[in-house]
Design a protein around this ligand. Structure first.
Ligand code: CA
Length: 271
């Protein structure tokens, strides 16, 4: 399976960096590599990649700080490479805006599979359609939203279509988000999760289902989901709430359904 796009590999270990570089390049990506954090941030600025693989332990600034800096100007997918024992690092990385992680030691093919998955991630509407089998079909949002359980307003003109709920507006075509008419910057993963929740409306999306979906596994039935992957979803949701200014206790948008997952909060009466 080939990929296309630009990747930046940030890794201080020469052997690992060369292997990752070679594997990504062989899959069709245009690859730039950097051996430390500062050069890595520079490379991202210069090459505007679609995806970044980022080692957490770097000689100058660590992967957490790299993620922080990159997120000031880039919404590239960030996959962190982390040591298995340090889950706390993984969660911290996700909380500053990384999308996914691969634990060391890993096989290069495994990393490549993650990269390709991110670059091909199905959009939220695939989640609502739910069923297995259609790996490529993407429903137009308006069609997916014809469900009576979805309280979200579908705004569709000739061109752009969007989702609106309690003063939150997602423009799916331009991937922009506005809260009470103020633009909010979300990472791609946060946007994808939010779109999935908005399209599902009051239907609960389970944490495991969302994790499977983010990793492009079969939504309803297939695929083992690790505890870390579930926790990653919780971190992404926490980030989302923080950026939207939402509250877990009295949610305007993202409501927690204890022990299960998340759904869209009820429509407020003003709307
Ligand atoms: Ca390292």
């Amino acid at each position: 399976m080939g990929a296309s796009g630009v990747a930046v590999v940030i890794e201080d270990d020469d052997d690992i960096r060369e292997v990752v570089h070679a594997v990504l390049e062989a899959s069709g990506l245009e690859v730039y590599a950097a051996g430390n954090g500062i050069d890595g941030v520079d490379a991202v600025r210069r090459h505007n990649p679609d995806v970044i693989t980022l080692d957490l332990g770097l000689p100058d600034i660590d992967g957490i700080e790299v993620t922080r800096r990159v997120r000031e100007f880039s919404d590239a997918y960030i996959i962190m490479l982390t040591a298995r024992a340090r889950e706390v690092d993984t969660l911290q990385g996700l909380s500053v805006g990384a999308d996914d992680f691969v634990t060391k030691p890993f096989r290069p093919r495994e990393l490549l599979a993650r990269v390709e998955t991110l670059l091909r991630r199905p959009r939220g509407s695939k989640l609502l359609s739910g069923s297995a089998g259609s790996t490529t079909a993407e429903l137009p949002p308006a069609q997916a939203l014809n469900s009576p359980t979805a309280p979200t307003t579908v705004i569709s003109g000739a061109e752009p279509s969007g989702l609106e709920h309690n003063g939150l507006f997602l423009d799916v075509a331009t991937r922009t988000t506005r809260v009470d008419n103020e633009e909010v910057q979300l990472t791609r993963t946060e946007f994808d999760l939010l779109q999935a929740l908005m399209e599902a409306g009051r239907v609960v999306r389970s944490t495991t289902g969302l994790a499977r979906w983010l990793h492009a596994r079969e939504y309803e039935t297939g695929g083992y989901v690790s505890e870390s992957e579930e926790r990653a979803i919780q971190v992404h949701i926490a980030n989302l709430r923080r950026k939207l200014g939402d509250s877990a206790q009295s949610p305007r948008w993202v409501e927690t359904v204890r022990g299960v997952g998340y759904r869209l909060a009820a429509k407020t009466s003003e709307n």
